[in-house]
Design a protein around this ligand. Structure first.
Ligand code: 5AD
Ligand code: FES
Length: 343
């Protein structure tokens, strides 16, 4: 196939690129070139604080779904969260990602208080929230409290597919609306999806790419689906590693200025997944900063990396790995480059 510009990708070109392993190298080469031209070899790191594994939702694929009675639940309190951020700051993190299940025990005011406190102590840091669907008013309150970015994966852009992997009580439309609300409020916004989630077709992935073109996100997070033994999808096949890498490259080509992480799920499905993700066009890593005693409880999927004894060392471990892969970690907020954008 003749390689054409990302702007000219048709649906059928995308399906072909997504479906065939023979395109990995060429895509990665092109994506790395685009990434280098905009972000150089810099890799931005985000200190990920998984602050609660309580969740009111019951997504069929996720290990912390509310029906899973086999996991011990935890939530970090205000002091523990602030402590995580302080430790992270000393380690060189200038972005903190507060990620949790949809845990309504944290009222809007609680979230605002946490954001305000971290900003008061570390005014040079960015705060990213990832706590699911809330009202536009709640999002506005978080923004006014000082939160800078918000991550909310759309998960899938095919309505039928959405209801094959989520119970009918959830709303496909609301999730998408949330993303547009967040943008309108002023957040840097991140969408994303799982690659190879049960019942997903390559055409669904194209739909996600088209949705993202409409959203014009600042960040896109993707990772392979990985089964979790306590979910209804426990016997479903994992997503493809190579396909995920191809999609990272396609994202870089279609959204040159986006911040794209090499995710933990990618590093779980392959021991060199995060390094390969960087080579394929990713430019962000999100190492875990949560207290080590809680890390294995945030078990969205099985065999998650960085939850055992080695976990306290993530920062130095990654430093080495990134260097070996030919990139370098920088201590910076790492906001999206807004100088020139094209899709
Ligand atoms: N495998 C891979 N990713 C998962 N997520 C949830 N469950 C799984 C799983 N089993 C992803 C979802 C969610 C993000 C926090 O984690 O895409 O948005
Ligand atoms: Fe966590 Fe290597 S990044 S141990």
């Amino acid at each position: 196939m003749n390689f054409i510009k990302a702007e000219e990708f048709t649906d059928s070109t995308l399906v072909e690129l997504i479906s065939d392993d023979k395109y990995n190298e060429e895509l990665a080469k092109r994506a790395d070139k685009v990434r280098k031209a905009i972000y150089g070899s810099d890799v931005y790191v985000r200190g990920l604080i998984e602050f609660s594994n309580y969740c009111k939702n019951d997504c069929y694929y996720c290990g912390i779904r509310r029906s899973n009675k086999n996991i011990e639940r935890y939530r970090l309190d205000f002091d523990e969260l602030i402590m995580c951020a302080k430790i992270g700051y000393k380690l060189g993190y200038r972005t903190f990602v507060l990620q949790g299940g949809e845990d309504m025990a944290y009222k809007d005011d609680d979230i605002c208080r946490i954001v305000e406190e971290i900003k008061k102590i570390h005014s040079d840091c960015a705060i990213t929230l990832s706590l699911g669907e809330r009202s536009k008013n709640s999002y506005r309150a978080f923004y006014n409290a000082g939160a800078d970015r918000y991550l909310l994966r759309e998960e899938t852009s095919n309505r039928q597919h959405y209801y094959k992997i989520h119970p009918s009580e959830m709303s496909f439309e609301n999730r998408r609306q949330c993303l547009f609300d967040l943008k309108e409020i002023g957040f840097q916004v991140g969408g994303g999806f799982m690659v190879g989630s049960p019942y997903q077709e390559d055409e669904d992935l194209v739909k996600d790419l088209r949705f993202l073109q409409e959203l014009e996100p600042d960040m896109v997070g993707i990772g392979p689906y990985i089964s979790q033994h306590d979910t209804p999808f426990k016997d479903m096949e994992n997503g493809s590693y190579k396909k995920t890498l191809r999609l990272v490259s396609i994202l870089r080509l279609m959204f040159p200025y986006c911040l794209i992480p090499a995710t933990t799920a990618l590093g779980t499905i392959n021991p060199f997944g995060r390094e390969e993700g960087l080579r394929a066009g990713a430019n962000v890593l999100m190492p875990n900063l949560s207290p080590t005693s809680y890390r294995e409880l945030y078990s969205l999927y099985d065999n998650k990396i960085c939850t055992g004894d080695e976990a306290a060392e993530c920062r130095s471990c990654l430093e080495l790995r990134v260097k070996k892969a030919g990139y370098n970690i920088v201590t910076a907020r790492g906001d999206v480059s807004k100088t020139k954008r094209f899709y």
